[in-house]
Design a protein around this ligand. Sequence first.
Ligand code: PAF
Length: 292
Amino acid sequence: MPGPIVLRDPEEVRRICDEARASGKRVGLVPTMGALHEGHLALVHEARRRSDFVVVTIFVNPTQFGPNEDLARYPRDLEGDLQKLHEADVVFAPDVAAMYPPGDETRVRAAGLAAHLCGPHRPVHFEGVATVVTKLFAIVGASTAVFGKKDFQQLAIIRRLVTDLFLPVSVVGHPIVREADGLAMSSRNAYLSADDRVRALSLSRGLSAAARAFGEGERRAGTLRGLVHAEVERAATSIDYVTLADVDTLTPIDEASLVGKRALLAIACRIGGTRLIDNLVLGEDPPPHAQP
Ligand code: PAF
């Protein structure tokens, strides 16, 4: 089976996507930073299902990394990634100068939704994401773009920017893909030592405990959040947050209140030196771990 065409020039990608649309094809987009795993491939599969011409972008976007983050050591393996992309028609793998040419100065800023969860811990992150995703939407002109729900806040911000900027693209959120033992798939899992890998299960284990309690009728916000925090605290090197939040606004829910039909439980913590995130929507998602 022939592999995808690899393009580096935004204008060439625009041209090939224009041609695809002109011949009646629906163009689907999956933006990634590479180091692809089964979670990414599920997004590509979903894009394939919904469109006739699939563009996967592989670009480690520098503007979404803070000065002390892992931009330099972020895993890069273009050759390995290409071997996995049987369902893509085009892989767009630009260099930094192609996406941010000299004189580039426009940024897309998400305000309210970026104020919570990861926002305060990663001050430049969502502006970088919103900016690069807007550029990719403009280059590719996809009718559908697929993102993973593991980055729940990112997905909410992208949905917001599509609405606010009247962008003609339908954003699809794909459920989190997990390893058999519950760990959410992430390119950053490659940083985990064998010991860290075991400790990393505390995130999905905590979410499972809360989901089960919710399923059994527990509605006290403090208790549900506490179940997750207790698990994560045992294993994490440090915790950025364990938060119970409104699914739409991402505003934290008061510990003393009762949860309604749905609520987002979100975690960001360090296991060893690796920052991991995970989340679950109570009232919607099943517990990631089978009953112990
Ligand atoms: O989720 C990611 O991999 C990145 O944040 C994205 C959406 C590709 C933007 O660089």
